[in-house]
Design a protein around this ligand. Structure first.
Ligand code: SF4
Length: 115
C-alpha cells in the first residue's frame, strides 16, 4: 500500500493505493482514483519555469506547460527550454513551444511582456 495526497483539488484527500491491484481508497471523487493510479504508473506534473527574452531589460519570461507532462520527461523538457529564446511582445497564453520534449503538450507564457 502506498499513501499519497491527491493534488487534483484543494481538498487534498489522503489516498491509499494497493500497488498490486491499483485499488484506491480515500478518494472523494473519481479524479482521486485516476490521480493515484497515474502516480503509480506514469506520474505527471505541470512544469513551471522561465525562458530567456531576447534584447529586453526584463530578461526572463515565466512559462508553464499547458497540461501536466510525465515526470520522466522533465529533464528533457528543461534541457530544451534552456536554449529557447523568446522575442517580445508576448501575451499571456501565447504558445512558446508547441510540443515540448515530444510530450504533445505546449509550453505557454504566463506573463505579458510588451515590446
Ligand atoms: S479525490 Fe476528488 S475531492 Fe479529493 S482531492 Fe482529489 S479531486 Fe479533490
Amino acid at each position: 500500500m502506498r499513501e499519497m495526497t491527491c493534488l487534483e483539488c484543494p481538498r487534498g484527500c489522503q489516498l491509499m493505493i494497493d500497488e498490486g491491484t491499483l485499488e484506491v481508497t480515500g478518494n472523494s471523487c473519481p479524479k482521486g482514483e485516476a490521480f493515484a493510479r497515474s502516480e503509480i504508473t506514469n506520474p505527471m506534473r505541470v512544469l513551471t519555469t522561465t525562458v530567456v527574452i531576447r534584447s529586453r531589460n526584463e530578461k526572463m519570461l515565466p512559462v508553464r506547460t499547458q497540461d501536466p507532462i510525465p515526470k520522466s520527461s522533465m529533464a528533457a523538457a528543461m534541457n530544451y527550454i534552456k536554449n529557447v529564446r523568446v522575442k517580445a511582445p508576448v501575451e499571456v497564453g501565447d504558445i512558446i513551444v508547441s510540443d515540448l520534449a515530444d510530450t504533445g503538450v505546449p509550453l505557454i507564457a504566463t506573463k505579458r511582456v510588451s515590446e
